[in-house]
Design a binder for this molecule. Structure first.
Ligand code: FES
Ligand code: FES
Length: 160
């Protein structure tokens, strides 16, 4: 048995320790928001957070996740109203949508570490998330909008 938390819930899975986290999320735990794209850590469609750091779940053996906290797109917000998701809706970012949960999880990680990224910092951070529909301009605009919320939260925190 391998024990870890997913979206705040304790989970136990009885699987081959080498099984990638993405397989466990999708096929064992039925959390299908994280997508399979390339399977070799080249596209970002499977991006989730482990202990608040973005990782490619397609190449992360479940044995390495034991005792850790996993956050997937399903756990970002109970109602899809996380500030990054709101900005995504406002800018109509998705086209086919396939890459977008990975894009959002990377954007959340970026803004958590850098609440006011420049265009260049956004492009550099997000370059590992491929969008075959070419929604990059809208992704950048949405991150810029969401950054206002993060900057505000940081300022309020600084003043507290
Ligand atoms: S499916 Fe994991 S990076 Fe492409
Ligand atoms: S929206 Fe289609 S791959 Fe990104």
């Amino acid at each position: 048995m391998i024990n870890f938390r997913v979206n705040g819930e304790q989970r136990s899975v009885d699987v081959d320790p080498s099984m990638p986290l993405l397989w466990v999320l999708r096929d064992v735990l039925d959390l299908t928001g994280s997508k399979f794209g390339c399977g070799i850590a080249q596209c970002g469609a499977c991006t989730v957070h482990i202990d608040a750091q973005p990782v490619r779940a397609c190449v992360m053996p479940i044995s390495a996740v034991a005792g850790k906290d996993v956050l997937t797109i399903e756990g970002l917000s109970p109602d899809g109203e996380h500030p990054v998701q709101q900005a995504w809706k406002q800018h109509n970012v998705p086209q086919c949508g396939y890459c977008q949960s990975g894009q959002i999880m990377s954007a959340v990680a970026l803004l958590s570490s850098n609440p006011s990224p420049s265009d260049e910092e956004i492009d550099n951070y997000m370059q590992g998330n491929i969008c075959r529909c070419g929604t990059y301009t809208r992704i950048r605009a949405a991150i810029k909008d969401a950054s206002a919320h993060y900057s505000l939260a940081k300022n309020v925190g600084d003043e507290a």
